[in-house]
Write a new protein. Structure first.
Length: 521
């Protein structure tokens, strides 16, 4: 009889693990409290036109190529991907504008025109350092089930003089903002590249300089998925089901109980479930938990699960949260521009913005705005699809917010004030939101309800200080047969990292159960 695995949470990490495990012959059941799979990848209905309302950037496709290959599949057979020629368009007050291009030389030339020859040379050095950082940490850190500082140093020593030189060159103990200030003269470039810290919900002024590796991850390629990001979740779930997995939506797990010797999970687990008001239970040999780790630590699934991870005091958990967000999904028009698919409108005072977010725990007075015009191609500036009657486009707008959704009420007045701040920032950058038809506004309070025990934090624990990355749990826990995946565990948040955590969790489960490693695809 095949070993049974229950995956709790149908986010990208859980779906990736489900595909690999089901393809390997495990009896996989996926329990999801929402009606559809995807986790933080959310798609909302804009009058028959789906609006991506979560992650919108698809990078590091090699991770997904690998996951599909483990299942004997090809990613290109199941998803239609268009590579970007422009990675993102950036705006500042007064209409200043800078594009990052897929072609590094075009980016270098654009920076030279924007900020001068010295910063163009600085960009070339930054791009080289970012690449070195990514390549140094890819296998020695990101692909390790539970990395440690000693292991990272050991990998450097094993590489000899070059290995240690690479490790020191990535500035592992420096703050990202300080590193950027030393590299770029123009503060706008410090903002632009510092924004990569927000990809893990952190401040560039407190996060480690190693987050520069995100720049190289994007330089390796950004793609637009036909059907939106939700298509990725759909295909992963569909292929997992075809391989034998069972998907159970509207199944909210309320408790996890170890069974067997000393009640530590050696004899499997019992899972209690609320299915549309009906109380049910299931048993499994092993569990893969694809949710926020604090749900286990806080006792959300029962006090017995607290032993799975190191104890975390509630006040420390709240203080260590990453950013949340206020988002607007809409149909409308943006006047000004020119527009592109991915756009960022930067605030006038980045330092003040992050001080308000992390020290004051407040929505910034002048927030940086991310805008995704989803009917714009990644290859040119023209709309690829519009509403013939009104000329409306699908738009997704985001500003960062503190993860205080379990402590603060974001009422109508509060939301309206945040919307006005968002509009003012767009207007300062030469963009005007025209007659929006709101589909949905989502606040930290809403995210807290969607993702239990997070307070609305979207990226797990905050990545401040060089120790933070080593304090994330790995894929294994203190409870035998209980594995972790998702953005709150190693190797971190973001769609490809969550998928990688799911792959590593599946590999660890197979190794423990079968006594051998999963062979390369």
């Amino acid at each position: 009889m095949a070993a049974s695995v229950i995956i709790i949470g149908a986010g990208i990490g859980g779906l990736s693990a489900a595909l690999v495990l089901a393809s390997r012959g495990y009896a996989v059941t996926i329990l999801e409290r929402q009606p559809v799979a995807g986790g933080k990848i959310r798609s909302l209905d804009g009058g028959g036109r789906p609006i991506d309302s979560g992650p919108t950037v698809f990078t590091l496709r090699a991770v997904f190529d690998e996951i599909f290959a483990y299942a004997g599949l090809s990613l290109d057979d199941h998803l239609s991907l268009e590579p970007a020629s422009v990675l993102a368009r950036h705006f500042w007050s007064g209409g200043a504008r800078l594009d990052l291009h897929a072609d590094p030389q075009r980016t270098c030339d654009a920076i030279g025109d924007f900020a001068g020859a010295a910063d163009a040379r600085a960009y070339q050095a930054f791009a080289a350092q970012s690449k070195r950082c990514f390549e140094t940490l890819d296998h020695s850190f990101m692909r390790q089930p539970k990395p440690s500082l000693s292991g990272l140093i050991g990998a450097g020593l094993h590489g000899g003089a070059k290995g240690m030189a690479d490790l020191l060159a990535i500035s592992p103990f420096a703050r990202y903002g300080d590193s950027l200030a030393r590299q770029f003269r123009d503060p706008r470039l410090q903002q632009l590249f510092g924004r990569y810290a927000t990809y893990c919900g952190s401040s560039p002024y407190a996060a480690p300089a190693t987050l520069m590796l995100v720049a190289h991850a994007e330089q390796k390629g950004v793609w637009q998925i036909k059907g939106g990001m939700a298509a990725l979740a759909h295909v992963l779930g569909e292929r997992a089901i075809k391989a034998g997995a069972i998907f159970c939506p509207h199944h909210e797990v309320t408790a996890i109980r170890p069974r067997g010797p000393k009640s530590k999970g050696g004899g499997g687990y019992e899972i209690l479930i609320n299915h549309q008001g009906s109380q049910q239970s299931m048993t499994a040999d092993m569990i893969l938990f694809n949710g926020d780790k604090t749900a286990l630590q806080s006792g959300y699934f029962g006090n017995e699960m607290k032993k799975a991870l190191p104890k975390l005091a509630p006040e420390k958990a709240r203080a260590g949260r990453s950013l949340s967000a206020l988002t607007w999904s809409m149909l409308g028009r943006i006047e000004g521009g020119p527009l592109h698919h991915h756009m960022v409108c930067f605030s006038d005072d980045y330092g003040r913005e992050f001080d308000q977010l992390f020290r004051q725990k407040a929505v910034p007075h002048d927030p940086t705005v991310y805008l995704c015009a989803q009917d714009r191609s990644l290859s040119d500036d023209q709309p690829t699809h519009s509403n013939n009657a009104h000329g409306s486009e699908r738009l997704f707008c985001l500003i960062n917010a503190p993860a205080n959704g379990d402590q603060k009420t974001y009422d109508e007045e509060e939301i309206k004030g945040c919307e006005e701040r968002m509009r003012r920032r767009l207007e300062a950058c030469g963009l005007e939101l025209n007659n929006p038809q709101w589909v949905e506004t989502t606040s930290p309070q809403d995210f807290a309800a969607l993702y239990p025990a997070t307070g609305g934090a979207l990226y797990g624990p905050v990545s401040h200080g060089w120790r933070a990355s080593f304090q994330r749990p790995g894929v294994k826990t203190a409870c035998p047969g209980l594995y972790l995946a998702g953005g709150s565990v190693h190797p971190g948040p973001g769609v490809p990292m969550a998928a990688l955590s799911g792959l590593m969790a599946a590999k660890a489960l197979i190794r423990d159960h079968e006594g051998r490693d999963l062979t390369s695809p």
